[in-house]
Design a protein around this ligand. Structure first.
Ligand code: ZN
Length: 132
């Protein structure tokens, strides 16, 4: 009876280990898909990405932009926190992509600039940090 119990425990442990490995593989695949969809997202590393020396408010703005979760008018409108998604420049939909590359209200930069925290990205952050 004891031997059967030990074998069942061993089988259960092996199954749990396989499930954990499968979950890790799925999580890694999802992360790789997200990274391939969004250039500004960093591949996983053991150290913080560029920009870690920025002041907290700038660091937060940078990472919100990298993750495409900045509080733009479009996002606030989607969350029903604004009556419309209009940008101060007159564009009907203030998305991150709009303020990154089109908006006449501030400087522009690319997802790669955000990823590398270039001077262009820092100028963009300085302009938008209190607005998004
Ligand atoms: Zn605009």
């Amino acid at each position: 009876m004891l031997i059967i119990s030990i074998n069942l425990d061993a089988q259960h442990s092996a199954k749990k280990k396989r499930n954990a490995q499968n979950n890790n593989i799925v999580a890694l695949h999802v992360l790789q898909c997200l990274i391939s969809l969004h250039e500004a997202i960093q591949p996983p590393k053991e150290q913080l990405p560029p920009g870690r020396e920025l002041q907290r408010k700038d660091w937060v703005t940078l990472n919100r932009a990298r993750a495409n979760v900045g509080m733009t008018a479009s996002t606030l409108h989607k969350w029903k926190l604004r009556p419309d998604s209009e940008c101060p420049c007159g564009n009907q939909n203030q998305t991150k992509d709009h303020i990154l590359s089109e908006c006449t209200e501030g400087p522009h930069c690319t997802d790669q600039d955000l990823r590398d925290c270039t001077d262009a990205a820092q100028a963009w952050i300085t302009h938008w940090r209190e607005k998004i």
